[in-house]
Design a protein around this ligand. Structure first.
Ligand code: GAR
Length: 193
């Protein structure tokens, strides 16, 4: 199963996937390419470290969406990788139907809350401020509804009295680092490729 990872940030979840691959714990999945919409994103360094081609791809002038040319640039570059699965690992851009339809049922996203609670930006902070006692992370298929596609799997994290926002963030991220590679491995085993 050929996997392309898209990310905008430090790339700890991409690294968790690459590490699982190195440990032969990613099922039948291989990571063929990493793209980032930020030229200085940490995720690009993880590609170099694990021997996976990783590069900045210009998304266009907007902050949270592609412009027309950027969208086409991404669709063509990803298509050239012949991907079976596209993993959004901290890719902070809203995707529109043309992009989603180009890779129908092949895009999954990681979100740092138990969806459908706390979609959108800062899922961990939203849960923290709302005072819930259990939060977590979700991997779901991407549809045109932001953070609203079918849920594939989730992991729960209990918020303890002793937690700070920082300690909660660390535990949600740790849960993500276990959940996302496990989902990719499982999808690769289930895939009829
Ligand atoms: C992760 O916590 C992921 O859930 C979140 O961005 C972070 C990326 O971290 N994604 C979203 O909030 C998407 N709405 P990373 O760059 O270290 O993998």
């Amino acid at each position: 199963m050929r996997v392309v990872i898209l990310g905008s940030g430090r790339g700890s979840n991409a690294e968790a996937i690459l590490n699982a691959l190195q440990q032969k714990q990613l099922g039948r999945a291989e990571v063929v390419r990493i793209f980032s919409d930020k030229p200085d994103a940490g995720i690009l360094a993880h590609g170099a470290k694990y021997g996976v081609p990783a590069s900045f791809l210009d998304p266009g002038p907007f902050k949270t969406k592609f412009d027309d040319e950027g969208e086409v640039r991404y669709i063509e570059a990803i298509n050239a990788c012949e991907p079976d699965l596209i993993v959004l690992a901290g890719f902070m851009r809203i995707l529109k139907p043309r992009f989603i339809d180009a890779f129908a049922n092949r895009i999954i996203n990681l979100h740092p809350s138990l969806l459908p609670s706390f979609p959108g930006l800062d899922g961990i902070g939203q849960a923290w401020r709302r005072g819930v006692k259990i939060t977590g992370c979700t991997v779901h298929y991407v549809t045109a509804e932001v953070d609203g596609g079918p849920i594939i799997d989730q992991a729960a994290v209990r918020i303890e009295k002793t937690d700070t926002l920082e300690s909660l963030e660390a535990r949600v991220h740790a849960a993500e680092h276990a959940l996302l590679p496990a989902v990719v491995a499982r999808l690769s085993e289930e895939a009829k490729i």
